[in-house]
Design a protein around this ligand. Structure first.
Ligand code: 3H9
Length: 693
């Protein structure tokens, strides 16, 4: 084996040259990889003994894409497309040997090989859309030439990873190799290609599938229409579609030009920067400076859950889905029965949609054991409390659990707001107490706020983070404080949304501005969905807020067919003249001065106080880094990914601008708008949240 450089090796086995990429962690196409590959291909092409070439990767995966860390920096070395030309024009058969994930630029390189061999566990995809880009190294032109236009539209705009057997069925992979035998299989394929003098098949030349779609613009029109909701606000999916249209309507080289233009346009725009930031932010959250990766963890083989309500049931499903047995405890048999049957119904619905089999439903239900006594949790390694949001009740549960569960077991609370330290103090084992704040519906939402209390031990934190990964969540470590990171910031937005209505905006104005910004729904639609009567009681209601008045009129949200909005039988919200009248009366009674409020003010008033609150969370050390706060908002509250997260957005619009507005509002409306010291400092120093390390 000869090292071409530190990441590329070239060797020969008989008449077959083997080029190996070894650039951990994911063999991304960095400048070194591109240079080494170019040189290796040139050498192998020039070598008289070599009759065919296998391109293979060491480590856990084939090339997983371009090196995203290079984006936005001045280009270095040979370009990816030039490397691809070298590969495609090699005068000897080139066989790409795939394992792991052949993604983005990695798959694009493989598409320039003349043949592709893969082990069955391989997945192929063009996920650039997820980072606000399009496949910019020929993927939009070559993929439809193999898999057809419809499949290319689906793969490129979803970015999904397609399993090898499906790729083989579509012709994207020529041969499946036995698992673990990739190298031998690829070498055998190469020898066969030489022996049979197989053609140097270039994907660029195979036009039948794109020509079949020519003169059928409805394919694209229908696709756009069917996916309008999913693509709303994002620029990359539309650019991907336009590239595939170019593949259909233009000669290959012209299509490549179009792809380049649109790629560069996306790369310059703020959306791709935001989405790339989000990609790395979601990988940073796992890194906790004072909890090193080698921190020991507690093995979690059985989980206990206290409370079989909506949260408890949803949380239980996460563990059952990961094959971890769960014991759920409820106080009353009817409540337990109801909780378990809701879980079963959820699984049956999933099975009905074809996303699991009847057998899977039974397997999961078998992992869930109901009980009416906390004593049955004695052998659990982790117990999650999901009872009513009341400090006394929670403390009582923890006191009891402490006496029952084995030493070393972790006690977790799912509280959304309450003081985890106070709950921990109810036990003799505060170092084993932690917060695990799941978001509703807990079996669907990806976010988990892991709440570190003052005494929580490092192994307990490490275990929680590891377990979150195991059940497919994205975990963010936060400190104790009312509402932790997410709900604490949400409270700012909610307060301003309500205040804006008193000042002259209508709920649907506020919701429209925030949905146009990119949220899936606005604060008032969200309130209607959750139910306006959460925490409301008829006996104590005094018509003191618009919400109370609505509840008193039995307009309690979607479930009663009316709330801030009126709803039809399809639950479509319509601005309500009744609500408008209630609001006008309320304003008149409270003597509020009503004025015209611009969309710009609505947006700024809802978002800037959140950014300011995020800064306070950071300066208090309740979140490790600004990007962790963004991960909370991206995964728990529907913050539009193409706007990075509230902290990224603050940096994007300029912290001096946020600060100026906060000061202005503070002078008009009081200290709720007082700027955080961190915001003041960063703005003064012309720095960003991203600069705070
Ligand atoms: C592209 O190809 C553009 C071209 O079309 C055109 C160009 C002209 N670059 O996710 P993990 C790092 S765009 C740099 O935790 P897993 C990652 O940050 C690209 N770094 O592992 C992490 O670092 P750290 C299209 C990358 O096993 C480490 O690798 N491709 C890249 O859970 C491990 O990552 C994609 O979008 C990269 N491309 O998942 C694929 N990828 O340890 C993006 C990863 O310091 N990657 N890193 O935190 C993935 O989807 C997943 O990483 C993968 C592995 C599935 C591969």
């Amino acid at each position: 084996m000869t090292a071409v450089n530190d990441v590329i090796d070239l060797s020969r086995e008989g008449e077959i040259a083997v080029i190996t990429v070894n650039s951990p962690p994911v063999n991304a196409l960095s400048a070194r990889v591109r240079e080494g590959l170019t040189e290796a291909f040139r050498k192998a092409a020039a070598d008289g003994e070599t009759k065919a070439i296998v391109l293979i990767c060491d480590g856990k995966t084939f090339i997983a894409g371009a090196d995203i860390t290079e984006f936005g920096k001045p280009p270095v070395g040979i370009g990816l497309r030039d490397l691809e030309d070298v590969i495609e024009c090699t005068p000897k058969p080139v066989i790409a040997a795939l394992h792991g994930t052949a993604l983005g630029g990695g798959l694009e390189v493989a598409l320039c090989a003349h043949y592709r061999v893969a082990v069955p566990s391989t997945k192929c995809g063009l996920p650039e859309v997820n980072i606000g880009l399009l496949p910019g190294a020929g993927g939009t032109q070559r993929l439809p030439r193999i898999v057809g236009v419809e499949m290319a539209l689906d793969m490129i705009t979803s970015g999904r990873h397609v399993p090898a057997n499906q790729c083989a069925a579509m012709g994207l992979i020529d041969e499946l190799a036995p698992e673990g035998r990739l190298r031998e299989a690829a070498l055998a394929f190469a020898r066969k290609a030489v022996a049979e003098t197989r053609p140097l098949r270039k994907v660029r030349d195979s036009n039948a599938k794109v020509e079949a779609a020519r003169g059928h613009p409805e394919i694209f029109a229908n696709f756009r229409k069917a996916n309008a909701r999913r693509f709303r606000g994002f620029k990359a999916p539309e650019a991907c579609i336009q590239c595939i249209e170019a593949a259909v309507n233009l000669p290959f080289d012209e299509g490549m030009k179009r792809e380049r233009e649109l790629f560069v346009e996306l790369q310059k725009g703020s959306q791709s920067k935001a989405q790339q930031y989000a990609f790395f932010a979601e990988r940073e959250v796992w890194k906790i400076p004072d909890v090193p990766v080698d921190t020991p963890t507690v093995p979690v083989n059985r989980v206990g859950i206290v409370g079989a309500g909506t949260m408890g049931g949803g949380i239980a499903m996460n563990f059952a889905n990961a094959g971890i047995p769960v014991t759920i405890v409820e106080a009353k048999p009817e409540a337990l029965e109801r909780g378990l049957s809701v879980i079963r119904r959820n699984y049956v619905n999933t099975a009905r949609k074809g996303r699991m089999t009847g057998g899977d439903v039974e397997k999961r239900m078998e992992l869930l054991k109901g009980s009416l006594t906390l004593d049955d949790l004695a052998n659990c390694d982790l117990i999650i409390e999901a009872v009513f949001e009341n400090m006394d009740i929670k403390k009582d549960v923890f006191r009891k659990l402490d006496a029952i569960v084995k030493p070393g077991a972790i006690l977790a609370t799912n509280t959304s707001y309450l003081d985890t330290n106070e709950i921990a103090r109810a036990t003799q084992r505060p170092e084993f107490v932690i917060g695990l704040h799941f978001f509703s519906p807990a079996n669907v939402m990806r976010l988990l706020e892991v709440v570190r209390a003052d005494k929580t031990a490092n192994p307990v934190i490490a275990t929680a983070m590891q377990l979150a990964k195991r059940i497919g969540k994205i975990a963010v470590l936060v400190g104790v404080g009312y509402g932790f990171a997410g709900n604490r910031m949400l409270a700012q937005r909610q307060r301003e949304a309500n205040r804006l209505v008193l000042e002259g905006a209508m709920p649907w104005d506020v919701d429209r501005v925030l949905t146009e910004f990119g949220f899936p729904m606005g604060p008032f639609q969200m309130s209607d969905l959750a139910g306006l009567d959460l925490g409301w009681s008829k006996e104590t209601s005094k018509s003191s807020t618009i919400r109370e008045v609505l509840c008193e009129m039995d307009r309690r949200g979607q479930k009663t067919g009316a709330g801030f909005y009126d709803y039809d039988e399809n639950r479509t919200p319509k601005p309500s003249p009744i609500t408008a009248k209630i609001i006008e009366d309320f304003r008149a009674r409270s003597g509020a001065a009503v004025r015209q409020i611009s969309d710009e003010e609505i947006l700024e008033r809802c978002i800037y106080p959140m950014i300011n609150e995020g800064a306070k969370i950071l300066e208090e050390g309740k979140a490790i880094r600004a990007s962790d706060i963004d991960v909370v908002w991206l995964n728990g509250y529907g913050w539009p990914r193409y706007r990075g997260g509230p902290m990224w957005y603050g940096d994007f619009i300029g912290l001096d601008k946020v600060l100026a507005r906060m000061r202005e509002w503070q002078s008009q409306m009081g200290d709720e708008f007082k700027a955080s010291a961190l915001l003041e400092r960063l703005a003064a120093e012309h720095r960003t949240f991203g600069d705070v390390k």
